[in-house]
Design a protein around this ligand. Structure first.
Ligand code: S3P
Length: 433
């Protein structure tokens, strides 16, 4: 994959895109299949490096992962006891989900696992998962007393406890659910706010003892997972880039097919509609406990708004910030401190990249204020991904909405979640090159 890309702005986007599988669901399905006794087949698996890391880590734990064609894997687990002590370090790459979720899986096993990642992952907070796993009886350590990776886990003999988490996190909750399935007694997870619930939906659909007591409280008992077949719905966070592009590039009208319609993941569509975009959501049934939708978005002139980050609007904030840059009037993004501990400090990196569009941007500790109406500078900007896939794709949307040929440096970061993004953009009529 090239380390830079050029995009010519102003070409209307029209047509249909079928999104690659949801990254969050793909990680979870792969780990669930590894815990199951039998062979599971997962289709439309998320294509990027993050999920590839999870698969590689599962292989290192003794699970059989066989390629079954494009976007399709066959995973054969032999129950939790079939997992074995890895001989090397488990490389989680850039993937926070891999590291945190596998820490929970490994915490149930009576052997040593060492989890490491790239520079970005090594800077991200891990105490949020290390502390709760220790409370269940696992021996977990990491750099700086367990605050950062590499993590060292020697698990086994877990007991269920009640966790009151300080940060709402789908990754941490998932880690504790996979640990809880291997623990004696009841594991209860209470979050300060709801987080994405794919793990609970999938495991419930597979008959595992996981219960959503209320949107902030999950209970897990010891139990197994049955093998399954699943076609992963399209990634709603990846769809967000095209939804915003369709909303901001004049003359655009795009249909995003087969997208995961979990209400906790598509909140960004409400924001786009509130800003004035024409957004229609068509129900397309259900798969493994998750709604599936087609999303239709057409361009309109947008107005600024106030966006409060919550479970459904986190990974989409970089691209919503681009919508804000092309809207009339200011947009305020609030309650978004978690942006600082993503693949980059997204408050800082967004402020830097949006400023290249000629908008006024104020970075706050927990959000941003974006002045609106990008000035469409005479010189098309050169953007920088900062090694962050979502900043790279948000910049691509800004480039498509601008004028002239913009360049994005560090484009290879996109391989983490959506290696085919530029091809799909071109298919819709975006001018790449
Ligand atoms: C994810 C949860 C969110 C999200 C991340 C994936 C998941 O992170 O930002 O991209 O798959 O559970 P947190 O768990 O840190 O909230």
């Amino acid at each position: 994959m090239s380390d830079r890309i050029g995009i010519r702005g102003g070409a209307p986007l029209t047509g249909t895109v079928r999104l690659p599988g949801c990254k969050g669901v793909s990680h979870r399905a792969a780990v669930a299949a590894a815990l199951a006794d039998g062979t599971s087949e997962i289709a439309n698996l998320a294509p990027g490096q993050d999920v590839a890391c999870t698969l590689a880590v599962l292989r290192a734990l003794g699970v059989t992962v066989a390629d079954a064609g494009p976007g399709r894997v066959r995973i054969t687990g032999r129950g939790p006891d079939g997992l074995g002590e890895p001989t090397g370090v488990l490389d989680c790459g850039n993937s926070g989900t891999t590291m945190r979720v596998v820490a929970g899986l490994a915490a149930g096993r009576p052997f040593l696992s060492v989890l490491a990642g790239d520079d970005s992952l090594t800077r991200r907070p891990m105490a949020r998962v290390v502390g709760p796993l220790r409370a269940m009886g696992a021996h977990v350590d990491g750099r700086d007393g367990g605050r950062f990776a590499p993590l060292v886990v020697r698990g086994g003999g877990l007991r269920g406890v009640r966790h009151e988490l300080e940060v709402a996190s789908g990754q941490v909750k998932t880690a504790l659910v996979f640990a809880g399935l291997q623990a004696d007694g009841v594991t209860e997870i209470v979050e300060p706010a709801p987080s994405r619930d794919h793990t609970e939906r999938l495991l419930r659909a597979l008959g595992a003892p996981v219960e959503t007591v209320d949107p902030r409280t999950t209970q897990v008992r010891a139990g197994g997972v049955t093998a399954f077949d699943l076609e992963v719905p399209g990634d709603p966070s990846s769809a967000a880039f095209f939804a915003v592009a369709a909303a901001v590039v004049p003359g655009s009208h795009v249909v995003l097919e087969g997208v995961l319609g979990n209400p906790g993941r598509i909140g960004y569509l409400d924001v786009l509609a509130e800003m004035g975009a024409a957004v229609t959501v068509h129900d397309r049934g259900e798969r493994a406990g998750e709604p599936v939708v087609d999303v239709e978005v057409a361009a309109r002139s947008l107005r600024g708004t106030r966006i409060r980050s919550h479970e459904g609007i986190v990974d989409e904030l970089p691209v919503l910030a681009v919508a804000a840059a092309f809207a009339d009037g200011p947009t305020e993004i609030v309650d978004a401190a978690e942006l600082r501990v993503k693949e980059s400090d997204r408050i800082t990196t967004l402020a830097t990249e949006l400023a290249r569009l000629g908008v006024a941007v104020e970075a706050r500790p927990d959000g941003l204020v974006i002045g609106g109406r990008a000035a469409r500078p005479a010189e098309a900007p050169v953007f920088e991904s900062h090694g962050d896939h979502r900043i790279a794709m948000a910049a691509a949307v800004a480039a498509a909405a601008g004028t002239g040929r913009s360049e994005i440096r560090g484009w290879d970061a996109v391989a983490v979640s959506y290696p085919g993004f530029d091809a799909d953009l071109a298919r819709l009529g975006g001018v790449v090159g």
